[in-house]
Design a protein around this ligand. Structure first.
Ligand code: NAP
Length: 284
């Protein structure tokens, strides 16, 4: 058996097509703040700007010098919060090393109503409560839920195992599955005998960033495998999953690249449109 390949490109283009008429009506504006020149960030930002422009969103990258201080960066965030014409913005992560300890301060400073990455505690907290509160959900978990819906892969009653428990991927993803009546197990670096858990998964999601972490022996035959991890290796971009062997036993699998990545971008753009919609409904 060879698994169905879940194409993020296909789903993303379907999601983006549904957003076009709303964009025409709302005329949102997205700003992506980049600090320094991390090559990975540059390539992700290009993709975000390109896809935003394709649906007609006014978008720009605001490039800030690598050596910017925390205070100067927070001033940029405050200015974007107050700019009435900017409906959504993100500060691209990771920040340069000297700002490593500023990440939480920067995220807290973003107006939750313009937080289209969905990283502000207010937006993350809403994913705790239930789907009806997911106004601006974190982009990657929301993209994965959209993808499963598109392929009619049921979640209710399934055992979902999430590997990785970061605040922006693993934890909110686990909550979003729980809110959709899955039974959820969350694993992380301190989990003993990871394989004993992953082998129980009907839907296995992995968000670690360690190429080849998930091998065929760790996957239940017929499972759906969602590979969120990305590692830049000498053989190109790789996921956490040993794709070649796991696709032989899984029922469905996302490739890397071309799986979750395009869904993160589509979901970010969906959040940008939603932010604009909500700001129109509740004038600020
Ligand atoms: P992160 O903050 O570094 O989180 C990684 C998680 O993996 C942590 O919870 C960590 O546990 C856990 N972990 C580390 N080693 C492990 C191991 N050997 N076994 C099990 N768990 C382990 O990263 P993130 O932001 O969540 O991103 C995770 C991966 O997804 C990265 O590769 C990132 O590039 C990728 N990503 C992709 C997209 C996309 O659109 N495709 C979007 C976002 C992220 P501890 O906290 O205990 O160390």
């Amino acid at each position: 058996m060879s698994a169905q390949i879940l194409s993020g490109k296909e789903v993303a283009s379907s999601v983006l097509a549904t957003l076009k008429p709303k964009v025409k009506k709302l005329n949102p504006r997205l700003v992506v703040v980049q600090v320094g020149d991390d090559p990975g960030s540059t390539s992700y930002i290009k993709q975000k700007i390109k896809s935003s422009e394709e649906v007609g969103i006014r978008s720009e990258c605001r490039h800030l010098p690598e050596q910017i201080s925390e205070k100067e960066l927070l001033e940029v965030v405050h200015a974007l919060n107050h700019d009435q014409d900017v409906t959504g913005f993100i500060v691209q992560l990771p920040l340069p090393a000297h700002l490593k300890n500023s990440v939480s301060k920067v995220i807290r400073a973003i107006d939750p109503a313009k937080d289209v990455d969905g990283f502000h505690p207010v937006n993350l907290g809403k994913t705790f409560v239930g789907p009806e509160f997911e106004d601006l959900p974190p982009a990657t978990p929301a993209g994965i839920i959209l993808m499963l819906e598109y392929y009619n892969i049921p979640v209710e009653g399934k055992h979902v195992v999430v590997v990785g428990h970061s605040n922006i991927v693993g934890k909110p993803l686990a909550l979003m599955f729980l809110n959709r009546n899955a039974t959820v197990t969350v694993c992380h670096k301190y989990t003993k005998d990871l394989a004993s858990f992953t082998r129980q998964a009907d839907i296995l999601c992995t968000a670690v960033g360690k190429a080849g972490l998930i091998t065929k022996e760790m996957v239940k035959p017929g499972a759906v495998v969602i590979d969120i991890g990305t590692s830049r290796t000498e053989n190109g971009l790789k996921g956490d999953v040993d794709f070649a062997s796991v696709k032989e036993i899984a029922s469905a699998i996302t490739p890397v690249p071309g799986g979750v990545g395009p869904m993160t971008v589509a979901s970010l753009i969906r959040n940008c449109v939603r932010a604009s919609e909500m700001q129109n409904q509740t004038p600020r």
